[in-house]
Every structure is written in structure tokens, then in C-alpha cells.
Design a protein. Structure first.
Length: 88
């Protein structure tokens, strides 16, 4: 089934009207590009963190923050599973 001629003209007009906006959105910026800096970068004077917690398990201060988070989440999982098992 073919669309009526009026619909094609209307669709064509909408696409022509949107073309400048599409060109602006896809345009490559001219001149220097401001790159985002790492605002959450670590302190350069801090003690180095260990790559894996099992390399220094007795010193959590040297663990990376994500290792601490994973450990805490795992501990919560053990507590919740233990409580569920104990009370059911």
C-alpha cells in the first residue's frame, strides 16, 4: 500500500526542518576540546593501595575502596543468609 502524496510531502517537510538541528548535533567542534579531568583521582601522596586484598589481608587500610565495598556487601549477604537460615 502506498502512502498518499500529501503524507509524503508532510514527512519530507518535517525532515527538511529537522536537518539543521541534526547537522548541529553531529557537528565536530572546531578548536581545542575541553576534556573532563579526573576529579576523583587518588591523592598522589597517599600510600599505594594493594591490587588484591589477599596480598595484604591484615591491613584493610591498604585496600582499594571497591575492595572494602565488596567485603562489606559480602558480609551483609552472609548475615542476611545466616539470619534467614537460622529463623526459618
Amino acid at each position: 500500500r502506498r502512502l498518499p502524496h500529501a503524507h509524503l510531502q508532510k514527512m519530507s517537510g518535517v525532515l527538511r526542518a529537522a536537518a539543521p538541528l541534526a547537522r548541529r548535533l553531529n557537528a565536530v567542534p572546531k578548536g581545542p576540546v575541553n576534556r573532563a579531568t579526573r576529579g576523583m583521582a587518588s591523592d598522589p601522596n597517599a600510600t599505594p593501595k594493594v591490587a588484591y586484598p589477599w596480598l595484604d589481608p591484615s591491613n584493610p587500610a591498604n585496600w582499594k575502596e571497591e575492595h572494602v565495598v565488596f567485603t562489606i556487601l559480602g558480609a551483609w549477604g552472609v548475615v542476611i543468609f545466616g539470619a534467614k537460615t537460622a529463623f526459618s
